[in-house]
Design a protein around this ligand. Structure first.
Ligand code: SF4
Ligand code: SF4
Length: 116
């Protein structure tokens, strides 16, 4: 599989209640209990759940449902929608707006915030 390109905005880790796979990580407000919200980094990155890693999660959960290309595109589409949502919420969520507007050039594996 092509390496998934993540800009480490962390928005997916702040909305884990949207997926049945990850909702058990919810700290109560949709934010993952393993996200360092100040640094915007995953505190358990090396041991994060399989569904937090695009390549591993694909093999484990989705390979019978989608081609690799379809699955990558679905993930990119989810990222795009999250970023758009938070652009619209920039007044009430300035931190998230800033995160969505300042992508780094770093590319990592996983649908998630980068390692802490
Ligand atoms: S990558 Fe880490 S912070 Fe993000 S949802 Fe997974 S466990 Fe939580
Ligand atoms: S996978 Fe998550 S952290 Fe990476 S770009 Fe998409 S929403 Fe941001």
């Amino acid at each position: 599989m092509q390496k998934f390109k993540c800009d480490c905005c962390g928005l997916c880790c702040r909305h884990i209640d949207r997926s049945p796979l990850s909702k058990d990580l919810d700290s109560g407000d949709g934010v993952c209990k393993f996200l360092d919200t100040e640094k915007n980094l995953c505190k358990i990155y090396k041991n994060r759940p399989d569904f937090c890693n695009v390549e591993v999660g694909y093999k484990k959960y989705f390979s019978k449902l989608y081609t690799e290309e379809e699955y990558l595109n679905l993930n990119y589409e989810s990222c795009r929608k999250l970023k758009l949502e938070h652009q619209k919420e920039k007044v009430s969520a300035p931190y998230l707006y800033q995160a969505a507007q300042t992508p780094s050039t770093e590319t990592i594996q996983g649908p998630t915030a980068c390692k802490g």
